[in-house]
Structure formats: structure tokens, C-alpha cells
Design a protein around this ligand. Structure first.
Ligand code: GLN
Length: 534
């Protein structure tokens, strides 16, 4: 394709409408037509990246293979498109300003007054186009975080306006709004949508396509009304009705020809509608599953919908590939203890011990792990979860009383998890962990290598602390084996207890690397073990 095409996805009325899912679904539909597509997210907050944000603020922090701590929407993009994102796919206001201020200090602006327009907007535009300039992609989809009308997103919206003006047909805006149903009046209300579009128009942008988020199917007259009042063609008003799974959204949009409408607007031939066979097969397997597997997730953020997003999705994918329904039970780690673990966790076919930071809830993780280890319940420890498996083993099997990670207790007599050498002098919090994809060599015959069907893998990391190799022999002699390590540094990446059915801990985050058409093998293997354990 000659020119890269740019599609912006903005949102109005309220937040949390699923712009990320709409962007990912549209990307999927274009990809299914043979186009090369990438999706990026622009977040209007001042943090340089979400790495320093508490999950209560912003849900899960996703990590790209090149080590960028990113917005969780990048996880959706990867799960849908099955291609990796990078640091270029997630830009924040903080990064834009940092780069402009760096340039100002270097004298790049040649004495000019540096202003939001044009300097910040130019920097935003440069970042939008960065992914398109190398002609690697036919479509660059850019999701603008926040809601139209927010003060902080104004420079982004102004940049979209300018790009639409500059790029003409090669640039369109898809605006996502909400159509609420007022039960007392028994009516759907389009006014919030009209207002939100008006706000966009006041900022100089006429949306090309509207996606109406709705709980129930809207009748044609509502769509007609929205089209008329919002100055949008009727076939460009798409509805995104609530569906049981986010993975159905691409098909919902395809049925309304959203991709065809967009291609036509951008001057491209649509051609035949792709069958989406692989995607549909996944959904059919999901719908066809009758048996249930019960997985318990033990973590301190379980009350937050998005805190373990990638883990939830990886478990769901793994269950579907095992032809089972996933029944996910959430256990708050602060509420689990030695006294109640057996009773609380008794019905679980498998347990996943969540990643995390800090002391809070850590004892509950130990109690859950002890229960799993002593009762041979399949157990999967991820990052901090793996570290907890090591600590629990040290305390209760090796008799190392008060063994701990130096993250939790600097004075512990047994530092079985300790700070990495290169982390010892780091004082900067942001982006200073061991981040991104690293090699790992797996021991032949281990559960992990059987799961991956290979001995050399690459998985993504996000941690400061690690297994202390000084204790390796003691652990191995007592039955906890280090079966995966980094070939260059010897850092322990995977531990397991081979005599148990499935007891595996990984220092890395396999959940960042699991997509609809390519589920993570370790999750598939864990869920299978849980099913076999029923
Ligand atoms: N807090 C631990 C560390 O920094 C684990 C981090 C995590 O679970 N992502 O090493």
C-alpha cells in the first residue's frame, strides 16, 4: 500500500467504554484482510509511563518485550493482533513534555518561545507518525486515552485535528460513545452522544465513524437519528452491544461492515469479507465447553477488575484450549492464613499465586502455597508468586525460620530472595527494574520444558529481586529444582518440585505473552494439570 493510513479512536460521554477493545477489534478486522496493522495508545497523564502507578490507579501494568512498562490496553492489542508492541506503542503526556523540554535545553528551538501549539502538538504528531514512517505498517491505529472534553487531552485532540487536515483521506477519526437506556422512561437516550460529538466538532474534528456502546441492541431509527444529528453517514454509525466475551467484538463490528466502511472512506477496495476461521474456532471452542475448571487466584488486588488482566485472559485462553470453562475464584491474600487455607481453597483444581510488590498479603500467599504443596494441588507462582514458593519452601521444608525476601525483611537471617547485583545502587523508581524479554534455558524433562516443547524460550520480566543462588544446592537436595535459568547470568528463572503433580514458579511473566491464537504453553499446561486434578 502506498501511504500509511492513520485511524484515531477517541471516546466520549464516559470512560471505560472499551476504546481499547474497539481499537483492537478494528485492527483485527483489517489484519484479517491482509493489511499490516499496529495500534498505539496515547495517555494524557503526566507520568512518563504507568510503571510507577499503583494498580488501584490504573489496573495492570503491561510490559512489552523491549522492556517498556505500558498501559494495559497494549495487552489487548497483542492478544487480538498476535504481534508484539514496543515502547513506541505507548506515549504519555509526560513523555511528550520530557522530550520537548530536553530539546529546549539543547537549544533545538533556536530561541523560540516553546508552546503547547505548535511544539507539544508537533511532538505528538511526530510520535503518531513514528510507527508509520518506516512503511512497516499499512494502518496505524491510535487510541487517545481519556474522554473528549478533558483539559488534559486537548493537545492530543488538536493534533488529531491537524493530522486530519494534513493527511486528508489517509486519516479518519472513530469516536466511541455511550447510549444509555433509561428504564423509567423505557427509552434509549442519544443526547449524551450528540453532546460528545458536538464537543469534538467544536475542537475542529468531524468524526467519520461513530461506535455506540449499548447494553441492548438499538433499533434502526436510533441509529438514523444519531447519524442525522451528528453529521455522520448512516452506515458509519456502528453499535457495540454488550457481548459475553470481548473476543466477540471483532465479529460484532464485522457484521456491521465497519471495516468496509472505513476502507471505502480511505479510498481502498474492500474485496471479499475474510472468514476469520481461526478466531471463530476459538469462540466455538469457548461456547462448546461444558466442563468447568476451577482456578483460585491468590493476590492482594483481587477486588480490582483490571489488576490481573493479562493473567485472567491467559487463564481463559488456556481453559478454552483445554475445552473447559474457566471458573476463576479470587482470594484476597490478606484474608488467607494457615488456619483457614485448607477450608477456603478446598474446592480449587489449581492455584495461581499472583505477582506483586511489598509486604501486604504476603503471609496469605505462603499459606496458600503451603496448602498446595502439602496437598499436591497444581500451583503456579508468577514473579512474586514464585519468590513466595521459594520462601515458603525455605521456612517449612528447609527449616530456615524467618527466611524471606530482602524486599520484605532486610534483616532476615536467610535471604533466599535477594536484590539483584545491578539493582543495588538504583534509586530511580521508574523503568529501573529488570524489564522486558530475556532468554531462559529449561532443563530437559522438566514440566516447564515439556509445556513449551522446547528448551530455549524468551519471556518478559518485571522485577528487582531474584532467587539467591547461594542456596541453590540446599533447595535442590530437598526437592525444589531450579529448572530454568538465564544462560548468560545464571539467574534462576523457573523452579519446580518434580515429585508433585504440577508445582511450578516462574520469575518472569508468561501472561504478557499469551494471545487468542497463540496461548502461552505454560498456562495451557497448568490448566491441564488442574483439570487432571479434578
Ligand atoms: N516484588 C518482586 C520483585 O521486585 C516481584 C515483582 C513482581 O511480581 N512483578 O522482584
Amino acid at each position: 500500500m502506498a501511504d500509511t493510513k492513520y485511524i484515531f479512536v477517541t471516546g466520549g460521554v464516559v470512560s471505560s467504554l472499551g476504546k481499547g477493545i474497539v481499537a483492537a477489534s478494528l485492527g483485527k478486522l483489517l489484519q484479517a484482510r491482509g493489511y499490516k496493522v499496529t495500534i498505539q495508545k496515547f495517555d494524557p497523564y503526566i507520568n512518563i509511563d504507568p510503571g510507577t502507578l499503583n494498580p488501584y490507579e490504573h489496573g495492570e501494568c503491561y510490559v512489552t518485550f523491549d522492556g517498556h512498562e505500558a498501559d494495559l490496553d497494549l495487552g489487548h492489542y497483542e492478544r487480538f493482533l498476535n504481534i508484539p508492541t514496543t515502547r513506541a506503542n505507548n506515549i504519555t503526556t509526560g513523555r511528550i513534555y520530557q522530550s520537548v523540554i530536553d530539546k529546549e535545553r539543547k537549544g533545538d528551538y533556536l530561541g523560540k518561545t516553546v508552546q503547547v501549539v505548535p511544539h507539544i502538538t508537533d511532538e505528538i504528531k511526530r510520535n503518531v507518525k513514528l510507527l508509520g514512517t518506516k512503511k512497516q505498517f499499512d494502518f496505524v491505529i491510535t487510541e487517545i486515552g481519556g474522554t473528549v472534553g478533558d483539559i488534559e487531552s486537548l493537545p492530543f485532540i488538536e493534533s488529531v485535528r491537524q493530522l486530519k487536515w494534513e493527511l486528508g483521506k489517509n486519516c479518519i477519526c472513530v469516536h466511541l460513545t455511550y447510549v444509555p437506556y433509561i428504564a423509567a422512561a423505557k427509552e434509549y437516550k442519544t443526547k449524551p452522544t450528540q453532546h460528545s460529538v458536538k464537543q469534538l466538532q467544536e475542537l475542529g474534528i468531524q468524526p467519520d465513524v461513530l461506535v455506540l456502546r449499548t447494553e441492548h441492541l438499538l433499533k434502526q431509527d436510533i441509529l438514523h437519528k444519531v447519524a442525522l444529528f451528528c453529521n455522520v453517514a448512516e452506515d458509519a454509525v456502528i453499535q457495540s452491544v454488550d457481548v459475553p466475551t470481548i473476543y466477540e467484538v471483532p465479529l460484532v463490528l464485522q457484521r456491521q461492515n465497519m471495516d468496509v466502511t472505513i476502507l471505502r472512506k480511505m479510498g481502498l477496495e474492500a474485496g471479499p469479507t475474510p472468514g476469520m476461521e481461526e478466531w471463530k474456532k476459538f469462540l466455538e471452542r469457548k461456547a462448546g465447553a461444558t466442563l468447568t475448571v476451577r482456578i483460585g487466584l491468590v493476590g492482594k488486588y483481587v477486588e480490582l477488575q483490571d489488576a490481573y488482566k493479562s493473567i485472567d485472559e491467559s487463564l481463559l485462553q488456556a481453559a478454552i484450549y483445554n475445552d473447559h470453562k474457566l471458573e476463576l475464584h479470587l482470594f484476597h491474600s490478606e484474608k488467607v492464613n494457615e488456619g483457614n487455607a485448607a477450608k477456603l481453597l478446598a474446592g480449587m483444581d489449581g492455584l495461581l499465586i499472583a505477582p506483586g510488590f511489598g509486604q501486604r498479603g504476603i503471609e496469605g500467599k505462603f499459606a496458600a502455597i503451603r496448602y498446595a504443596r502439602e496437598n499436591d494441588v497444581p500451583c503456579f507462582g508468577v514473579c512474586l508468586g514464585m519468590q513466595c514458593m521459594v520462601i515458603e519452601f525455605a521456612r517449612n521444608v528447609l527449616g530456615m525460620e524467618d527466611a524471606n525476601s530482602t524486599e520484605m525483611d532486610r534483616t532476615t537471617p536467610y535471604k533466599v530472595i535477594d536484590l539483584m547485583e545491578e539493582q543495588k545502587n538504583v534509586t530511580n523508581m521508574g523503568g529501573s527494574m529488570r524489564l522486558g524479554a530475556y532468554e531462559c534455558t529449561l532443563k530437559k524433562g522438566s514440566k516447564a520444558s515439556q509445556a513449551y516443547h522446547k528448551e530455549h524460550i524468551q519471556e518478559r520480566h518485571r522485577h528487582r529481586f531474584e532467587f539467591n543462588n547461594q542456596y541453590r544446592e540446599q533447595f535442590e537436595a530437598a526437592g525444589m529444582k531450579c529448572v530454568g535459568e538465564n544462560p548468560e547470568t545464571g539467574l534462576v528463572e523457573v523452579i519446580e518440585i518434580p515429585r508433585l503433580k504440577w508445582f511450578v514458579g516462574v520469575q518472569y511473566h508468561p501472561e504478557y505473552n499469551s494471545t487468542v491464537v497463540n496461548p502461552n504453553p505454560l498456562f495451557v499446561s497448568f490448566v491441564k494439570a488442574a483439570i487432571d486434578n479434578k
